[in-house]
Design a binder for this molecule. Structure first.
Ligand SMILES: C[S@@+](CC[C@H](N)C(=O)[O-])C[C@H]1O[C@@H](n2cnc3c(N)ncnc32)[C@H](O)[C@@H]1O
Length: 328
């Protein structure tokens, strides 16, 4: 049985044409961050030409303006129309609005394909996370926001007249606004605080309120440690790490492992509509989930396909969209 599919093409068209309503358990998306950069893959041999990965620059052009009008004309989400109009008034019709329009059209589709018990993680950074959170609040609806996860990493410092930027943001939303989303609390990633260890050792704590205030005591049972919090310290992929594929912006498997383990179960479907080198898909496979990956760049799909094959996954490239075949 095929465990998963890879689609090459624009995710908006592929989501609309190929992914049914309420069919996916977990969406993880790591889209371009509006970084105003063009990312390329390192040359295959030293001195060789760089290969274009993907373009993260945005312009307010005819396509952006049409997409904006189409969203506002749909009439099925009055609040989204209001927010987009407010963004347009406040920010003007420029690069940032083009980016937020591109994201809005995709977020509407991603909310549509999630199952009632499903969850969505949007990976971004502080360049646009504040705007994206407002969009998600509106698209996913009140009561669906679960966490703002901070991915804290260490990298070579840069010269700058501000604090070093060393974190990304994962915005976690559920489809349900009644806490009915699938979630497994994760243990074993964080250690007990030294003060806790001193007072309780490694035994499970018991909070006893019988005296009117909290009287801590311990059970004769080993603790699992603290449940994973919303600040994650995970190393970036080492320059010569064996996980590295060379795809620019590739994320570490250790990061995705937390997302996939917490918000899906064996056999569930994980969708990554900006899959790049396929990190989330490989992790989904290793944890016994099914996967669906989409990327506009043929080179990304080929990288993900090879990576899945090396991991022993049965992945098929099921669609090639000739309209975007020149992306990379
Ligand atoms: C930040 S990278 C994802 C990296 C990925 N998480 C990994 O670990 O390799 C963003 C990806 O989105 C893809 N992309 C950009 N616009 C797209 C679109 N409209 N449809 C599908 N993929 C798109 C790019 O080709 C790029 O591979």
């Amino acid at each position: 049985m095929t465990e998963g599919c890879l689609y090459q093409g624009d995710n908006l068209q592929i989501l609309r044409r190929h992914v049914p309503d309420a069919s996916v358990n977990l969406v993880y998306l790591d889209p371009p961050f509006n970084s105003n950069r063009v990312y390329s893959k390192p040359p295959r041999r030293s001195g060789g030409p760089k290969i274009l990965g993907f373009d993260d620059t945005w312009r307010w052009d005819r396509a952006a303006s049409d997409a904006f009008d189409e969203l506002c004309d749909r009439g099925d989400n009055a609040k989204l129309t209001l927010i987009l109009a407010a963004f347009r008034n406040a920010l003007g019709a420029g690069d940032l609005l083009a980016y937020l329009t591109m994201m809005s059209t995709r977020l509407v589709e991603l909310a549509r394909v999630l199952k009632p018990s499903g969850s969505l993680y949007l990976h971004c950074d502080p360049t646009a996370s504040h705007y994206l959170k407002v969009l998600l609040d509106v698209v996913m609806g009140p009561g669906t926001f679960q966490n703002e996860v901070i991915w804290r990493y260490r990298r070579w410092p840069t010269r700058a007249n501000r604090f070093q930027r060393m974190h990304d943001v994962l915005l976690f939303y559920s489809k349900s606004d009644r806490g009915e989303h699938s979630f497994q609390t994760l243990y074993g990633y964080e250690s007990l605080a030294p003060s806790t260890l001193k007072t309780f050792g490694t035994k499970k704590q018991l909070a006893d309120f019988s005296s009117g205030h909290r009287k801590p005591s311990t059970l004769n049972e080993e603790t699992l440690g603290p449940p994973l919090s919303d600040v994650w310290e995970v190393g970036v992929i080492a320059a010569i790490g064996k996980e590295r594929t060379g795809w620019p912006t590739q994320k570490p498997e250790a990061l995705l492992e937390r997302v996939v383990r917490a918000s899906s179960r064996e056999g569930d479907i994980v969708l990554d509509p900006f899959c790049g080198s396929g990190t989330s898909l490989v992790v989904a496979h290793k944890l016994g989930r099914r996967f669906l990956g989409i990327d506009a760049a043929p080179l990304a799909i080929e990288t993900a396909r090879k990576r899945l094959e090396n991991a022993g996954a049965d992945a098929r490239v099921v669609h090639k969209d000739p309209a975007v075949a020149n992306v990379a």
